[in-house]
Design a protein around this ligand. Structure first.
Ligand code: PEP
Ligand code: MG
Length: 575
């Protein structure tokens, strides 16, 4: 049995047959029956109509499920499909004697090459969209497989995949995804997450994953076991069944609070990107929103949303949080989330460049609009402002001047707003973590952004599969920083939470509880399992484990020690 290693992007165990999906359709060229230019034109027009029908069906399904990101991606594809210039360019090629699918692919590739050459991450994503649309039409013309047929459990495998293929309806058999591409934040992974497909990305060598071969996919560990023995297979089959049962049990108690055996309550909030995410977050038992990533509201648009529009987008969430806090993070644009209308330009190190609060402080027009919208939404419940990528007290002070200006402008304009909107910061840079005692005097709460804190502390790119084995929130340097941040917060009388991926790791939750964390904010799907873990914690054992962990010097060793303690506790609870 062979084992392949990648990055776990969506947790879950799946046993299924590999279905290779290639974005390379050249294999279909030889079998295509090309006819006269007039007949090719007719075929093209029919295929365009069929593609449009496919997309509108998929949009309907995605919208009905409240899948906003998926809907937006598909809507963009539909707009591209209707682009008269694109159609004209393909028809031109048909007049020159090319076959319809080949012409469609060639034009899509030309468009994509043009967009990619602009070397802007946002536009590169659009290039992928044009190729996606082109391949959809070509697949129809070639009568090619989409990977969504069949009855057996399937695990799609591709170097890269068109996001819209994943969004196809009627794909219940598809339960897993393996990608060669390394990013855990690509459109394809966003859709896989929304559909609950266990996913492993960054698998460098896909050559052994041939069509039809049975594999076991472990989306948590990021592992793929090829052609497993009957014993290994039955072990994972039981594991997969166990996961389903466990989720059912956890969901039954998702609405209850997370309180340790000795009565310490930890707030469990949700990370969301758009108001529609609240539906799932509430179902999974969130207690407010610990991180509203507002940058998604600014992306995929020609202009930033205005004050009224933002007020409405925040109001919807604040109101659904009822009496719980809704922490709205001011836009964290830059890094891996560029925005073309901001003209960030090409940067050698975008993660170290003009990003987040650095942009906001230099663009009062954008910052004031956003702050005014948050203050206005505050009257519908309990809103809070959170500043990303802080490295100094001066940045917080300058931001507070903008908050005061936003309030006085609203007053002058006679608009209703809340004066009771706490202001906190993301502690996601080593600078902020080290300076926590100073920064705590300037704000009302800390939320530790472990995704970036790990990346910056360890100097390990969070999206690079090549170095992913070095990226760990169990690294002793990261744990020490977090411990210091929580202590600094409490010494100054403010609360501290975690809103990076670490918050959704039940093992890490035990360490964080022992450090005195007040709140954990995570993606909706993780809430039930972390709640369950917290209910098993007794603080004395957790403190002992933390002490033991602080004597270890290796991330892997620490992770194992935590896992062992958590497993032992789970067994004793079940006994
Ligand atoms: C983080 O850095 O941990 C975080 C929550 O922010 P983002 O993932 O949006 O950078
Ligand atoms: Mg961050």
């Amino acid at each position: 049995m062979e084992k392949l290693k990648g990055i776990g992007a969506v947790a879950g165990t799946v046993i299924g047959n590999i279905k290779r999906v290639s974005t390379d359709l050249t294999g279909y060229y030889a079998g295509y029956m090309q006819e006269t230019p007039e007949q090719e034109k007719a075929k093209l027009l029919t295929a365009l109509e069929q593609a449009d029908e496919q997309l509108s069906r998929m949009i309907e399904t995605a919208a009905a499920r409240g899948n906003t990101e998926q809907t937006a991606i598909l809507e963009a594809h539909r707009t591209m499909l209707a682009d008269p210039a694109l159609k004209e360019a393909v028809l031109q090629k048909l007049n020159e004697g090319e076959g319809a699918p080949q012409a469609m692919l060639a034009v899509a590739e030309q468009y994509a090459a043009m967009l990619s050459s602009l070397d802007d991450l946002y536009l590169r994503e659009r290039a992928a969209d044009v190729l996606d649309v082109g391949r959809r039409v070509a697949r129809i013309l070639f009568k090619a497989e989409t990977g969504n047929d069949g009855e057996q459990t399937m695990i799609l495998c591709a170097k890269d995949i068109e996001p819209s293929l994943l969004a196809e309806p009627g794909s219940a058999a598809v339960q897993g995804l393996i990608l060669g591409y390394g990013s855990t934040t690509s459109h394809a992974v966003i859709i896989a997450k929304a559909k609950g497909l266990a996913t492993v990305v960054g698998v460098n060598d896909l050559s052994q994953l041939i069509d039809g071969i049975e594999v076991i996919l472990d989306g948590e560990k990021g592992e793929i076991l090829i052609a497993p023995s009957p014993e290994v297979r039955s072990f994972y089959l039981e594991k997969s069944k166990g996961e389903q049962k466990l989720l059912a049990v956890q969901m039954a108690q998702a609405g209850e609070p997370a309180v340790t055996l000795d009565g310490v309550r930890i707030q469990l909030a949700a990370n969301i990107g758009v108001p529609e995410d609240m539906k799932r977050a509430l179902e999974f038992g969130c207690e407010g929103v610990g991180l509203y990533r507002t940058e998604f509201l600014f992306m995929g648009k020609k202009l930033p949303p205005g004050e009224d529009e933002q007020t409405e987008l925040y109001r919807q969430v604040v109101q659904q949080c009822k009496q719980e806090l809704c922490i709205i993070r001011t836009m964290d644009i830059g890094g891996d989330k560029p925005l073309d209308y901001l003209n960030i330009g090409e940067e050698d190190n975008p993660f170290l460049g003009w990003r987040a609060i650095r942009i906001s402080l230099e663009r009062p027009d954008l910052f004031l609009t956003q702050l005014k919208a948050i203050l206005r939404a505050g009257i519908y419940g309990k809103a809070a402002i959170m500043l990303p990528m802080i490295i100094s007290a001066d940045e917080i002070r300058r931001a507070k001047v903008f908050v005061a200006q936003a309030a006085s402008e609203l007053e002058r304009e006679g608009k209703a707003f809340s004066r009771d909107v706490p202001l906190g910061i993301m502690v996601e840079t080593p600078a902020a973590a080290v300076l926590a005692p100073v920064l705590a005097r300037e704000c009302d709460f800390f939320s530790i952004g472990t995704n970036d804190l790990v990346q910056y502390t360890l100097a390990v790119d969070r999206g690079n599969a090549r170095v992913s084995q070095l990226y760990s929130h169990y690294h002793p340097s990261v744990l020490r920083l977090i411990d210091g941040v929580i202590r600094a917060a409490h010494n100054s009388g403010i609360w501290a939470g975690v809103c990076g991926e670490m918050a959704g790791d039940p093992g890490a939750a035990v360490l964080l509880a022992a450090m005195g964390i007040d709140e954990l904010s995570m993606s909706a799907a993780s809430i039930p399992k972390v709640k369950e873990q917290i209910r098993r914690i007794d603080m004395r054992s957790a403190a002992k484990l933390l002490q033991q962990v602080f004597e270890l010097n290796d991330a892997e060793e620490i992770k194992k020690a935590v896992q062992k303690a958590v497993d032992m506790q789970a067994t004793s609870t079940q006994a």
